[in-house]
Design a protein around this ligand. Structure first.
Ligand SMILES: [Zn+2]
Length: 319
């Protein structure tokens, strides 16, 4: 007669299985007031509090497994949300989630136009897609009218940088950025402008962007940026219904006490640097790069544009 004795390795595995099963049972039957156990982990705020706390005695392996799973999940979520590490988390303590179904994707309310300052589209496309350069735009339009799409419109492309327009201090969050393949010192080909007008019409129809919210980078970053250049056909855009414009400046006499700086501020310019704001205004509305003294005609134009800006834009954005 022989006695059955399990092999040492099999015995070790059996004991380990029994121990793990006991841990699992304890884990899922833990009382509600015991942190980091069982159903407590089903609440996101408690999960993260649990991650920060010391492991409870007797459950190191299960805690370790949970922490690893959460770490992997968090890393994947961060990869899915570009630059999520740049933003602080919303408040979690004393916050009650009451989810509402009444929302949709946020939509842009501005269009910002740029020059690539390159002589062809290839180098600009490489720059705008290079992670090390940290610049991008939603679209690039080539000289021949080819439309390149780089970033989804509902995403925040990095094209405007530090910017201001009419109180808005983060144009990247509110705009579609369009790069035009142009050196910044040459006329814009007709095919490129025709394609731009098609894109603007499409954006306006889908997002109801007010006509006067089509701007240049130089308008929203005066003193720092000068694109698009004085060659850009703002009047042609205005005749197609895009951008702020005044068709009869002389028909709006300037009040005696009118202040040019207040007029520029009313149009939307950042007046932290009045000289830079006026230079941006002259480039956009007079196609001039010089810094000559304001004439009466220029002041009439400023006043006319300020009045135009007060009009209710068409189409007005929906709620
Ligand atoms: Zn630019």
């Amino acid at each position: 007669m022989t006695t059955h004795r399990p092999a040492p390795r099999a015995e070790f595995l059996r004991k380990r299985f029994v121990a793990l099963r006991a841990e699992r049972a304890t884990f899922f039957s833990a009382p509600k007031n015991q942190p980091c156990l069982g159903r407590q982990l089903s609440r996101p705020t408690r999960l993260f509090r649990c991650l920060k706390s010391a492991p409870p005695a007797g459950l190191p392996r299960f805690r370790l497994a949970v922490r690893l799973l959460l770490a992997v999940f968090g890393a994947l979520a961060c990869l899915a949300l570009a630059s999520c590490g740049d933003l602080p988390a919303p408040p979690a303590e004393r916050t009650v989630w009451v989810p509402s179904p009444n929302y949709n994707a946020r939509r842009p309310n501005f269009v910002i136009l740029h020059d690539t300052t390159n002589s062809e589209a290839g180098p600009a496309l490489r720059t705008l897609t290079d992670p090390a350069r940290e610049v991008s735009a939603h679209y690039l339009i080539g000289r021949d009218g080819t439309l390149y799409r780089l970033v989804d419109e509902e995403k925040r492309a990095w094209h405007a940088g530090a910017s201001y327009w009419g109180g808005n201090t983060d144009l990247n969050s509110a705009s579609v950025g369009i790069e035009l393949d142009n050196t910044g010192s040459e006329p814009y080909p007709d095919a490129q402008i025709v394609r731009l007008l098609d894109l603007l019409k499409n954006l306006q129809e889908r997002y109801r962007i007010p006509a006067h919210n089509v701007l240049g980078h130089g308008d929203v970053a005066p003193g720092r940026k000068v694109d698009p250049s004085r060659h850009f056909p703002w009047q042609r855009l205005a005749e197609a219904g895009f951008g702020l414009w005044c068709h009869d400046p002389a028909g709006t006499p300037v009040p005696l006490l009118a202040d040019p700086q207040l007029a520029l501020q009313a149009i939307g310019y950042d007046m932290a640097d009045p000289v830079a704001a006026r230079a941006a205004f002259r480039r956009h509305f007079l196609a001039l790069d010089d810094a000559a003294e304001s004439s009466v005609a220029e002041q009439e134009l400023m006043h006319c544009l300020a009045l135009e800006k007060r009009r209710k834009p068409t189409p007005w954005p929906a709620p």
